[in-house]
Design a binder for this molecule. Structure first.
Ligand SMILES: Nc1ncnc2c1ncn2[C@@H]1O[C@H](COP(=O)(O)OP(=O)(O)OP(=O)(O)O)[C@@H](O)[C@H]1O
Length: 584
């Protein structure tokens, strides 16, 4: 019971924001229309139930006029039912796509906000495969919440309407056994109730493991898909390393989980289906058996018997809502749990940690220096990595950061960029300063080259002439004529070309602080030197902080600092000034 309450509370938490959003009037209007149509359909069911009694009695009495009249009544009722069902589905689908559209935008907004997606990955929270959350899970949540919600409402309203009818019919057809009338008020209602409780309890007992199994199935499928995507993205490396066999084995190993879990689902579903279909079949005959004594004793007519069977069927169906919807309910609960985990993971990644538990990024008004104060950068597991006690990077400075591999240089950059929360101390960033990080492998979105270069700016922020000039300047004149060409640039260009393209991006954006994390490491030394000269000429007031292993880089920087090992930590320290510097 507590579980059900918790699930419903979670559903409310996920569903409510849409009905309070800017699209609330459309959403509420469509929902009201769908509910209203559902109630009308129940009303038609009640009318059809009464129609059964009249129709079969006319048949029994061989009353031709009555028969023809009732056929006409049936045509009217059936036509209304068809029209309402068609529009209910149409409006329901309309509501689904509006709701899904809102929820998808909402999740994308939160997930892609201020490096939340990156921190979620770092924290390794429960939200594996966010792509699945935002695609399939949102779709299933919206569909199933509406289907099950409307189904439940319909079951409740049907139950109330038909219990009243069935109660009256019980009195009209008293239980008649061995020539004796047994006066059990509403015995047909009690019969339906016992039948449904028995069915529901057994269904739950047989089917409850399906909730977990469905949850696992979705996870295994998503893992398998994710690994296939990784193969596609790294296909060159895999081909070069002859890694196909290893990949095939790894993929088949993962697919093995999909298959294994599916067998478990099959065997559980077989048992559940055997029970639910037998249960549904028995429900057809059960009311006839209950009313047969009264019928054969001549207490009721055929019409009454058929009407009773139909009313019993409706009550039983309403009470057995849980039985028929069990599989959907199991899937739906798994989806609700996953979306809940996703929301919690987003919340935990966006949560501002309390003072002293995370690195604080403080905007330094009036200053043009980046200041690291009592900074201790840690790994996600809490192990200390890098420390900088009192360190400043002045305006227009050119600083070269060196240190052994794995000492934490890139992680220090991540902390300065504000995306690495683990650690403590303060990083002061001049107010309004624009920082740009260029890694060894710059990222280019798939699409026109022009959009890839100016990323993350919009395509119209820079004129084509400006972009062409930047490409020529970084030594990529051949690309200057391909600005509108679509492509997967990370795959199509060599690493050196990608690094040149990254620098073109920096030339266009003209950041106040440019952090180059081995951003020219794939270029030969003369080309690297040429590009550093270009940066000095084109971005004279930009502060440049480079990570690099080559000693030739020293000439383009005004200060050398290093991460020096001190026990388990690396300390950021100044080292001797470069002997001759072109950067001055
Ligand atoms: N997301 C992460 N989770 C756990 N450990 C991490 C993570 N990112 C980095 N590390 C660890 O932090 C340490 C420092 O990594 P970092 O990339 O900052 O080193 P680096 O000095 O830039 O190395 P290199 O010169 O080889 O590029 C490494 O031991 C690395 O394994």
């Amino acid at each position: 019971m507590n579980n059900i309450r918790a699930t419903l509370a979670t559903v409310g938490r996920i569903a409510a924001p849409y009905f309070r959003s800017e699209d609330k009037w459309a959403g509420r209007g469509l929902l009201a229309a769908v509910i209203l149509i559902e109630l009308s359909l129940v009303a038609i069911d009640v009318l059809v139930n009464q129609w059964y009694s009249r129709f079969y009695n006319y048949l029994q009495d061989r009353n031709w006029d009555g028969f023809v009249w009732e056929v006409g009544v049936f045509i009217v009722l059936a036509s209304a039912s068809v029209a309402l069902s068609v529009y209910q589905l149409y409006l329901n689908q309309w509501l689904q796509i509006r709701w899904r559209n809102w929820l998808t935008r909402h999740y994308l907004g939160e997930w892609l906000d201020s490096a939340t997606h990156y921190r979620m990955q770092l924290k390794g929270d429960a939200a594996d495969n966010p792509d699945q959350r935002i695609t399939e899970d949102v779709k299933t949540f919206v569909e199933q919440t509406l289907t099950l919600g409307i189904g439940l409402l319909s079951a409740i309203v049907t139950l109330f309407s038909f219990v009243i009818i069935l109660w009256g019919l019980s009195n009209a057809a008293p239980l008649h056994i061995s020539g004796v009338d047994l006066a059990i008020p509403g015995y047909l209602v009690w019969g339906a109730l016992v039948y449904a409780i028995f069915g529901t309890a057994l269904t739950h007992w047989i089917g409850s493991p399906l909730v977990n199994l469905n949850f696992e199935q979705q996870r295994y499928e998503a893992d398998f898909r994710f690994n296939l995507v990784r193969v596609r993205e790294n296909s060159e490396q895999i081909a070069l390393l002859d890694g196909e066999r290893a990949e095939r084995e790894r993929l088949l190993h993962r697919f093995g989980f999909v298959v294994g879990n599916w067998y478990a689902i099959m065997s559980r579903t077989k048992r559940l289906t055997a029970f639910t279909t037998s249960y549904a079949q028995a429900a057809v005959i059960f009311p006839f058996i209950l009313t047969a004594p009264a019928y054969f004793a001549g207490k009721i007519q055929l019409g009454g018997m058929v009407q009773t069977a139909s009313a019993f069927g409706s009550v039983q169906k309403a009470l057995s809502f849980f039985v028929s919807a069990y599989r959907s309910l199991a899937e739906w609960r798994a989806v609700v749990a996953r979306l809940d985990g996703f929301e919690m993971s987003i919340a935990s990644a966006t949560q501002r940690p309390t003072q002293g538990e995370a690195i604080a990024i403080a905007p330094a008004a009036g200053s043009r220096e980046i200041g690291l104060d009592q900074l201790l950068v840690k790994l996600p597991n809490g192990m200390p990595l890098v420390t900088a006690v009192d360190f400043t990077i002045g305006a227009s400075e050119r600083v070269l950061v060196t240190g052994p591999s794995g000492s934490g240089k890139s992680t220090l950059f991540r902390a300065i960029a504000g995306i690495w929360p683990f650690g403590n101390g303060t990083i002061a960033i001049p107010g309004q300063a624009r920082l740009m990080m260029l890694p060894q492998r710059p990222y280019f979105p798939v699409g026109p080259l022009r959009d890839a270069i100016v990323y993350p700016a919009g395509r119209d922020v820079f004129k084509p002439g400006q972009i062409r000039d930047a490409l020529v300047a970084v030594g990529l004149p051949k690309l200057a004529v391909r600005l509108e060409e679509d492509g997967h640039w990370n795959r199509m260009l060599s690493l050196g070309e990608q690094q040149r393209l990254g620098l073109a991006r920096a030339l266009l954006h003209k950041p106040d602080y440019l952090f180059l994390d081995e951003a020219t490491a794939s270029l030969d030394e003369p080309s690297e030197a040429q590009l550093y000269r270009l940066l000095r000429e084109e971005l004279p007031s930009t502060t440049i902080v480079s990570i690099g292993h080559r000693s030739t880089l020293e000439a383009f920087h005004t200060r050398n600092v290093a991460l020096v090992r001190d026990g388990d930590l690396h300390v950021l320290k100044g080292v001797s000034e470069p002997a001759s510097s072109e950067a001055r």
